[in-house]
Design a protein around this ligand. Structure first.
Ligand SMILES: Cc1ncc(COP(=O)(O)O)c(C=O)c1O
Length: 384
């Protein structure tokens, strides 16, 4: 079977089709499905971008692996914000969104017959990119009773001498689960012992709902010695999903190998966008971030209250802008979400869109307008 044929079907296409059909039939759909922030990029960043766009020097090919100024800003941000020390030249790589980095990483490690451990449930790119590189994704479970963290004994059982990468994603999409210091220490030690590169997709690291400072995996590792890579993204941090800017930091060899793949694949991020990112990660970082994440605590409170009234169990968290909910009764996740669309015009995502382990769960995204969140909450109460 060819690589493309090995890719699993994309459940979200079916959801998009059902949504379009409902809209065409005149249903006033409330879409709490996609995790794409409804609010604009902060004004201050728009202004930096407008200036940067006007500079002719920015219209040429960008520094392919990241502008030196941005790489320094990233290293400075990691030090100030997360207490992590990395060398800006050899341990930082600018990405065209974290999806791009995740998509290319297996090409740097996975040969035919190799495998990568990927979470069930998780962002589909880890497994798909492994398949496209010619390797085999091996799913490990994230179970509710473990707080949606992997079972280390299971991970060790799944590893063999062809295991190259272990993908994790904390704070986690779709569950909102987080990692703590002990968890990271154990995972780093396991991967070190087995010679597996540990990759944390930290796209949601800064989306915290209680003002707490999140924990970077790199803080628990020694990124100059441990084979680790963490991917950060400005997409959710600053409502910049359309801008395509993210970065990876970690061990110089891992960063270097991903950089080698990218040399053949892309020509870097528009320099004006990189200049804006320098500003975003600079002195006004905390203020800018606060203005973005302030939207979510109240939205979550409203939604969780409605779900409680409807008798729907929610996984408790203060991380990410997702609410991870248990499907009530015995209905499958797809049936339940299909019925939500047909009966009350509400789009929510069936948990098995993130892997078979998501059966019995569904995800609500808090990235819709306040009015839609209120209306969605009203429909949930009135429905059940
Ligand atoms: C877990 C996870 N990782 C990565 C991404 C991709 O983010 P980016 O916009 O940085 O490519 C997403 C986007 O939804 C995501 O949910």
């Amino acid at each position: 079977m060819g690589r493309l044929e090995k890719l699993p079907p994309y459940l979200f296409s079916a959801i998009d089709a059902a949504k379009a059909e409902a809209r065409a039939a005149g249903v006033a759909v409330v879409d709490l499905g996609v995790g794409d922030p409804d609010r604009p990029t902060p004004q201050a960043l728009l202004e930096v971008m407008c200036e940067a766009v006007r500079k002719p020097a920015n219209h040429c090919y960008p520094a392919q692996k990241g502008d030196a100024l941005l790489k320094q800003a990233i290293a400075g941000w990691l030090a100030r914000r997360h207490g992590v020390k990395v060398d800006a030249v050899s341990q930082v790589l600018v990405l065209i969104g974290s999806k791009e980095g995740l998509g290319h990483l297996p090409l740097a490690y996975v040969e035919e017959g190799d495998n990568a451990l990927v979470p069930d449930l998780g962002y589909p790119v880890y497994g798909q990119a492994t398949i496209l590189a010619g390797g085999q994704p091996r799913l490990f479970a994230l179970r509710a009773e473990n707080g949606f963290r992997p079972d280390l004994a299971e991970l060790e059982r799944l590893m063999d001498d062809r295991t190259r990468l272990l993908f994790v994603n904390y704070p986690n999409n779709p569950t909102g689960a987080t990692g703590d210091a002990d968890f990271w220490r154990e995972l780093i030690a396991l991967c070190g012992r087995r010679g597996v590169v540990l990759v944390n997709d930290a796209a949601y690291l800064e989306v915290t709902l209680d003002g707490s400072r999140p924990l970077s995996m790199l803080k628990l590792a020694d990124p100059a010695a441990d084979q680790v890579l963490e991917l950060h993204s400005l997409s959710k941090m600053f409502n910049m999903t359309g801008w395509r800017i993210a970065f990876a930091a970690g061990h110089p060899e891992v960063v270097g190998r991903l950089g080698r793949v990218k040399e053949s694949m892309d020509s870097g991020v528009f320099t004006a966008v990189q200049e804006t990112a320098v500003h975003a990660l600079g002195e006004s970082f905390a203020e800018l971030l606060a203005g973005v994440v302030e939207a979510y605590p109240e939205r979550r409170r409203i939604m969780v209250a409605a779900l409680a009234d409807a008798g729907i169990e929610v996984f408790p968290t203060t991380a990410t802008f997702y609410v991870w909910c248990r499907v009530p009764g015995k209905e499958s996740a797809v049936d339940f979400c299909g019925r939500a669309l047909r009966e009350v015009g509400l789009v929510v995502t069936p948990g098995n869109g993130f892997g078979p382990g998501g059966e019995g769960w569904f995800r609500i995204s808090l990235t819709a307008s306040d009015a839609d969140i209120a209306e969605g909450a009203r429909r949930i109460r009135s429905w059940r």
